[in-house]
Design a protein around this ligand. Structure first.
Ligand code: NI
Length: 290
């Protein structure tokens, strides 16, 4: 039985985020981190699509440590308190900021490239700490209340997909006084709205920072275009999404098949979303705003 803060949903609605939420026990977090390291070594050695999609967007379909986290009762109870009893996992992202890494992420909103209808009311991202997340190791910062401003204009640094996903930047001023550092113990998580403006800093410490971000949606959400799939984790309704299957064991044949199908479907949608947005920015009349 988990305890959910009574004001969790209220804070999520007004601030656009809520943390810390106790999720994994310290022992579970430690085990997940160890398995994550093994997983990364395995997919690097395997190469191909496994390596290309090692951090995003469907790793919970191919490896059991991530599956256990997306199904963790404490996390699902917290998300149910925000979104209701019908829950799907749409996406997972492994965010790693290596030791002594100078890289950082500019202020941005994830919602701009997700291609989801209904996310404003029916989706949340859970950001789970597999390690401590601190100011020193470059944890995420939120701009409190920024989700209420809707989708803000962004500028692209380049046309390369990876740069767009990692390098898109909000083109309006963010009030630094409203910025909140997401400080978490290993095993704790934070939840935020997909239109929350956020950024992150360099890691000045001798240890890597590892976070697993999970996008939960309800059946009220639908893809803006194209076919997509998601994993039902509570309730019975997958809505507009094709159903996905949990991995029975790491990298087994069925799990690999599910993983490849899901990332292929998703990549098609990402390419289209990026093309559309890039067209808007470049003034391409075929891709321009209606
Ligand atoms: Ni982001």
């Amino acid at each position: 039985m988990t305890t959910i803060a009574p004001d969790l949903a209220q804070r999520f609605r007004s601030d656009g985020f809520a943390f810390p939420v106790d999720a994994l026990t310290p022992a579970e977090a430690e085990q997940a981190l160890a398995e994550c390291h093994t997983y990364l070594r395995t997919v690097k050695a395997a190469g191909g699509a496994l390596a290309r999609y090692a951090a995003f967007p469907k790793i919970h379909l191919v490896t059991t440590w991530a599956d256990r986290i997306v199904q963790h009762p404490a996390i699902l109870d917290a998300v149910e308190a925000l979104l209701g009893p019908e829950l799907l996992v749409w996406s997972t992202n492994l965010f790693i900021r290596p030791a002594h890494s100078g890289s950082s992420l500019a202020w941005h909103q994830d919602a701009v490239y997700l291609g989801l209808n209904g996310y404003q009311q029916h989706a949340a991202r859970v950001w789970v700490g597999l390690t401590h997340a601190t100011v020193a190791n470059g944890t995420m910062r939120y701009a409190r209340g920024s989700h209420l401003r809707g989708t803000l204009p962004h500028r692209f640094g380049s046309s390369d997909l990876e740069d767009i996903m990692r390098g898109e930047e909000i083109a309006v001023d963010i009030d630094e006084a409203a910025a909140v550092d997401v400080v978490l113990q290993a095993g704790q998580c934070s939840v935020h709205h997909l239109a929350m403006a956020h950024c992150s800093g360099p890691n000045h410490t001798a240890d890597g920072r590892f976070n697993l971000a999970i996008d939960y949606i309800t059946p009220q959400v639908s893809p803006t275009a194209g076919e997509d799939s998601a994993l039902l984790v509570r309730g019975r309704d997958t809505g507009a999404f094709l159903p996905e299957t949990r991995p029975a064991s790491d990298f087994d044949q069925a799990a690999l098949h599910e993983f490849y199908s899901a990332v292929t479907r998703r990549q098609k949608r990402i390419d289209q979303t990026v093309l559309n947005r890039h067209g808007e920015h470049c003034g391409d009349p075929k891709q321009g705003r209606a």
